[in-house]
Write a protein that binds this ligand. Structure first.
Ligand code: ZN
Length: 585
């Protein structure tokens, strides 16, 4: 085994020789990185290796990609792979392919090479480092074959960085222990679903209650006083020795969307439990109480109402929601009672803001920003506010064959113009996004001009002024489009949630912990809503995002992160807790 200090202090030839196997057949990478020594942490060394590749010419990058062998390809059969590649391919069982799997891989290799001109590269040890199944490898191969060339080249480089990360871990004897725990726990919870295939965990279903019980057990084992409250939140307290100390809250939600990913929400709970377990095992106490909350509900799947868990914690749970029924007709009140809760106690869950230091949430990014920047984590500046509308357009349904083009009042054509207008207007500011996600022609028919059209509108921005300005302009343009086309329009506001800016003093402390880990403190906006948005109504909030793999896809079974990124996130959070300073007010 090699140490970081040996790498920092050895001569150039030794450095290049020690790292020769990290990036396949490409000694120029360690050669250039050697000039950047010393490295304070292994993370800093990893990121330096990656930045040298990013700064290299296109030819050099393509050369690096082409230096890699095909998966289960000719080189593997001839036994001419590097030692590292042989071990990795064997670990993934690629040397044990059935004749059929082998034939599929050969076909994919040929098609891929024809399309892109370089070999398909995948870190076959996977996000846990334990090896992907052959089925998963073949599925990923087939999916990536459909990518655009530039995107696929970037993805190959990211996979090469992941391979290098795992090889560097082996060289330096690094075990991402907290990260492994978080990944394993997420796998355990993902087994409990409302559906037979995929992961759906809606509010108060049997899968949801089983998940809560498991979180409670892990919290207790990690040294916390834990309970499930009247709304279903799982709350663990790691008490300070100072009884009247204030409380810092962390956590996220444990419910999921339909067929969701296993890290959305859960990462933030599991990471906090793993970190407390670490503190507890070392007998380390904090000068403040730390509360870890697994929020029962954030996604709104079962009762079409979101943030039930965090709204209860901020004392803003709307008791009228108890009469809301799910698709089967069961009310929320009955669902709570069946689960053993007393809905009358929900108002008592509300925390006193004076007791709180703040709320810090770790969450998977659910987007591609960190992935594209090759950064494991980022610090959230603000959670975008959102405005949602339902728009009803009424034209005249008439015969598609007999009505001349000049005499039509086509509701769908007006909708099409509106969709493009929204896209154009919302491209005008970097933090602004606008989407028409629903578009229907009710009772539409192939030979009838659309007499009606329904569409949704979702506009978000980092700050309220930007969003409000865009919304006002979009609504005015909708009126103008409809007036010109002789279409009647009705607009109904469905949601108006203000942006939740993160507290600069918390962001600064997260940034300092990030930099101490050897990772640059990169700031980004959260376009998605999170429990932190509700918590911001009673206390200062901040969020740390963890990189999301697979192109940044989320709310999807393909959502993924690596054990190493979970590890970096957990180490940063642990370090943040150890250095935490309350604000001076
Ligand atoms: Zn979430």
């Amino acid at each position: 085994m090699t140490t970081l200090s040996e790498l920092n202090n050895c001569d150039l030839a030794t450095f290049v020789d020690t790292l020769h196997g990290i990036y396949e057949h490409s000694p120029w990478i360690p050669q250039r990185v050697a000039m950047l020594r010393p490295f304070a942490t292994a993370n800093a060394l990893k990121l330096a290796l990656q930045s040298v590749v990013s700064a290299a010419s296109d030819d050099e990058q393509l050369g690096l990609i082409r230096a890699h062998p095909e998966l289960a390809g000719k080189a593997a059969i001839a036994g001419t792979l590097t030692e590292e590649s042989t071990g990795e391919q064997a670990r993934a069982g690629l040397n044990l392919c059935s004749a059929e799997e082998f034939a599929t891989l050969q076909q994919l290799n040929t098609a891929y090479n024809q399309r892109f001109g370089f070999p398909f590269i995948l870190a076959v040890k996977g996000p846990h480092g334990r090896g992907l199944s052959r089925a998963a490898i073949i599925e990923t191969f087939a999916r990536r074959l459909k990518n655009q060339a530039a995107d696929e080249q970037a993805e190959c480089l990211r996979q090469i960085h992941r391979i290098a990360e795992l090889r560097l871990n082996a060289l330096l004897g690094i075990e991402p222990q907290l990260g492994n725990t978080i990944m394993e726990w997420a796998d355990v919870l993902a087994e409990w679903s409302d559906d037979d295939d995929g992961l759906t965990c809606a509010y108060l279903t049997p899968a949801h209650r089983k998940t809560a019980a498991q979180l409670l057990a892990w919290m207790t084992a990690a040294g916390m006083q834990a309970e499930i409250d009247a709304v279903g939140n799982v709350v663990g307290r790691y008490r300070s020795e100072t009884p009247d100390a204030k409380t810092l809250i962390t956590g996220s939600h444990y419910d999921t969307v339909c067929n969701g990913g296993k890290y959305d929400g859960r990462e933030g709970i599991l990471l906090a439990i793993a970190v407390v377990q670490q503190l507890h095992l070392r007998g380390e106490k904090l000068p403040f109480h730390l509360e870890v909350i697994g929020f029962a509900e954030e996604e709104g799947v079962r009762f079409k109402s979101t943030f039930l868990g965090s709204n209860a914690v901020i004392g803003a749970f709307d008791l009228a929601l108890l009469d809301k029924a799910d698709a089967s007709g069961m009310t929320m009140r009955d669902a709570l009672i069946v689960a053993g809760h007393d809905p009358r106690v929900i108002p008592a869950i509300g925390r006193n803001p004076d007791d709180l230091l703040g709320y810090v949430e770790v969450h998977i990014e659910q987007g591609p920003v960190l992935l594209e920047r090759n950064l494991p984590v980022g610090i959230v500046t603000s959670i975008a506010g959102s405005s949602r509308y339902q728009v009803e357009l009424t034209g005249v349904a008439s015969h598609a064959g007999t009505t001349p083009m000049t005499m039509r009042r086509d509701a769908a054509a007006a909708a099409a113009e509106i969709v493009l207008m929204v896209e154009r207007r919302c491209s005008q500011a970097s933090s602004l996004v606008g989407t028409v996600g629903q578009l229907q022609v009710p009772h539409g028919s192939v030979n009838v001009i659309p007499g009606a059209c329904r569409l949704s509108l979702d506009i978000r921005a980092a700050d309220d002024a930007t969003r409000d300005a865009a919304v006002a302009e979009v609504l005015r343009d909708i009126d103008a489009i409809c007036a010109r086309r002789g279409i009647e329009v009705q607009v109904e506001r469905a949601v108006c949630a203000p942006a939740a800016p993160c507290a600069p003093w918390l962001m600064r402390q997260l940034a300092q912990a990030t930099e101490r880990a050897g990772v640059p403190a990169f700031e980004l906006l959260s376009g998605a809503g999170h429990d932190a948005m509700a918590m911001a109504r009673i206390t200062d909030v901040a969020m740390l995002f963890t990189r999301c793999g697979n192109g940044g896809i989320s709310h999807n079974p393909l959502e993924t992160m690596t054990a190493d990124d979970a590890e970096v996130s957990a180490q940063i959070f642990l370090d943040f807790l150890r250095h935490f300073q309350p604000p001076t007010r």
